[in-house]
Design a protein around this ligand. Structure first.
Ligand SMILES: Nc1ncnc2c1ncn2[C@@H]1O[C@H](COP(=O)(O)OP(=O)(O)OP(=O)(O)O)[C@@H](O)[C@H]1O
Ligand SMILES: O=P(O)(O)OC[C@H]1O[C@H](OP(=O)(O)OP(=O)(O)O)[C@H](O)[C@@H]1O
Ligand SMILES: O=C(O)c1cccnc1
Ligand SMILES: [Mg+2]
Length: 556
């Protein structure tokens, strides 16, 4: 058994395999069969020495937006680093591929690595735009072809998720905490782990997913479920009511304190103790005994106003008597704007009446089917929520379940290749290209420009003609104040050639990169498209090649 098989059979998908942690599922057979059948046909037709350039890019931004966050690069590099068919992979392929495949092909596959591949990419966490390749990869045709599906699966969901999370962050504002609660609803365990990782990249503050916390060093956070509250039906079920005073160390009856406070609070909050749930009180007392310094309670099991807020405040005041400060509440149903305001109002009353100023600052967490639109609507209505727990719609990317990154051959043996389509948007941009981002004097990104690699880069303060790739009349002169060359060589001669940023650094990069975008590109409703252009030289090159390749029809 090789390392990879060991790591998979050990039950964990992500195991430490020497140099780098990589999801054990990511391996050369995690691909479409047609990559391997094509590899054989290339090999049979003596194309082993051909070299190719492929572009990995998307055609449309997700979520009706005008930007995308590029994520998943580190995983692509780890994949290249470990790319190798194991003996059992080869055995499997021998049984699976059609009969008659020559034995030497399997030997060839067994010796393949990504050593001769060069990968260029924009930095992970950067905003990216349609048609500008986020990865450009060159090397032996057979191997770069074999990489297609795996690279796409590593980039597509990662970038979609990071973009989705960044959008939630933008609508929530920077002061509200965002927690990812989606594991139970994600597209399987691997989707769940990726969702936790890339929602953190996109700007979330933490996840409830414990394995993601361990693997990626993401803060793990959480409250408790309704089951905890409903597991108690009376105070008689409390096995212990005692808690040590934080300062004196003396054991005191927390329930007794809570019941006393509840009676006083019922006047202040205008709720009858008769109406409130005794089981809920018991559950909260027991939870507070378990976590006196981290008491956060779910208040919507029975009725937020008539029961949850009263019981929570009573237990929080009881904890206060014993020297502890509660953290806050979670609301998981009902009108979240109204209930959060009601909760804040109640806390302010308690703060004043009981001289506990920290009660004003109790955290209000809201959850329940939240999406971007819900947050926008809550903002409009006014709310007092400090933290959103978001699951389903975040991790399943409700508004758009896939990013359409594609991987297209643009050059072979130095010769450009173009894929034509009736749909102009789908015509590929041929040739080996470089990408530049041109900035205005105020630091905003103005336009992304693609050029042939043979062209000199655009220069600061020099007028450059930027052309729409397909519409002849759309062109503009741009005088950049700053020019950023978007590609770095990330993989060459069998090695990762850049210092890879930590997840934390990629997360920061997302926010820095988003700041370079004008607000009108980022607004939720009808954002202005960001311009992507080609140089005059590349424009002419594309259109000449297009004419050469488009068959001339005959009418009779
Ligand atoms: N003030 C609000 N403005 C807009 N949307 C809201 C507001 N409050 C809650 N929502 C959203 O409305 C939906 C309410 O869900 P639903 O109709 O299932 O009600 P519920 O409160 O969960 O009911 P139940 O008590 O049966 O669990 C959720 O998606 C929630 O995020
Ligand atoms: O709503 P989401 O954005 O997916 O966030 C996660 C949800 O998961 C939990 O309960 P669950 O939905 O399992 O049960 P519930 O519907 O009874 O609350 C939690 O209470 C949230 O409602
Ligand atoms: O910790 C929580 O409150 C939580 C975690 C997962 C799903 N819903 C809620
Ligand atoms: Mg729910």
């Amino acid at each position: 058994m090789n390392d990879r098989e060991l790591s998979c059979s050990a039950g964990g998908q992500f195991m430490d395999r020497g140099r780098m942690n990589q999801n054990g599922v990511v391996q050369p057979l995690l691909t479409d069969l047609y990559q391997i059948t094509m590899a054989y046909a290339y090999w049979k037709s003596d194309k082993t020495d051909d070299t190719a350039v492929f572009d990995l890019f998307f055609r449309n931004n997700p979520f009706h937006g005008e930007f995308t966050i590029f994520a998943g690069l580190e995983e692509c590099l780890k994949f290249l680093d470990s790319f190798h068919y194991s003996q059992s992979d080869i055995e499997y392929l021998k049984q699976t591929l059609p009969e008659g495949i020559e034995h030497e092909f399997f030997e060839y596959l067994g010796n393949l690595t990504a050593r001769d591949v060069t990968l260029y990419a924009i930095d992970e966490g950067t905003v990216a735009f349609p048609r500008v390749p986020i990865i450009k990869i060159e090397g032996p045709l057979i191997i770069v072809q074999l990489l297609e599906t795996t690279l796409l699966t590593l980039v597509n969901y990662a970038s979609l998720m990071a973009t989705n999370a960044a959008r939630y962050r933008m609508v929530a504002g920077k002061h509200v905490k965002l927690l990812e609660f989606g594991l139970r609803r994600a597209q399987g365990p691997d989707g769940g782990l990726s969702a936790s990782k890339y929602s953190y990249t996109g700007g979330f503050d933490g996840t409830s997913n414990v394995l993601a916390g361990k693997l990626f060093n993401i803060p793990v956070k959480g409250t408790h479920a309704h089951a905890y509250i409903t597991s108690f039906s009376s105070i008689g079920e409390l096995k212990t009511r005692l808690l040590k005073h934080k300062q004196t160390g003396i054991m005191e009856d927390l329930l007794e304190h809570a019941i006393r406070h509840r009676a006083m609070l019922s006047h202040l909050l205008d709720v009858s103790t008769e109406e409130s749930s005794e089981g809920e009180l018991a559950a909260m007392v027991s939870y507070a005994i378990a976590f006196p310094d981290g008491f956060m309670a779910l208040v919507d099991t029975y009725d937020v106003k008539r029961s949850g807020l009263l019981n929570f405040s009573a237990v929080a005041l009881a904890l206060n008597d014993l020297g502890y400060h509660a953290l806050g509440i979670r609301i998981d149903s009902g009108d979240l704007a109204y209930l959060s305001c009601l909760a804040r109002e109640s806390f302010e009353k308690v703060a004043e009446r009981f001289k506990v100023p920290w009660f004003n600052k109790l955290t209000i967490v809201a959850s329940n089917d939240i999406n971007e639109d819900t947050i926008l609507s809550l903002n409009e209505q006014g709310h007092k929520i400090d933290c959103f727990g978001i699951g389903t719609h975040l991790v399943t990317c409700q508004r758009q379940p896939a990013l359409g990154c594609v991987y297209k051959l643009v050059e072979i043996n130095g010769q450009p290749r173009i894929k034509l389509s009736q749909d102009v948007e789908k015509v590929t941009m041929p040739g080996n290209k470089n990408a530049y981002r041109l900035y205005s004097a105020d630091g905003h990104a103005l336009i992304d420009l693609l050029q042939k690699v043979s062209e000199p880069p655009p220069a600061v303060s020099q007028k450059v003609l930027c052309r729409h790739p397909f519409q002849e009349s759309k062109r503009a002169y741009v005088i950049p104040s700053h020019v950023e060359s978007l590609y770095k060589v990330y993989w060459k001669s069998g090695k990762i050639c850049q210092q890879l940023p930590t997840l934390e650094q990629v997360r920061e990069k997302v926010q820095i990169s988003l700041k370079t975008l004008r607000n009108d590109h980022k607004r939720t409703l009808n954002p202005t498209p960001y311009k992507v252009a080609v140089s005059d030289n590349l424009y002419n090159f594309i259109h000449d090649l297009w004419l050469q390749n488009a068959p001339i029809g005959e009418l009779s």
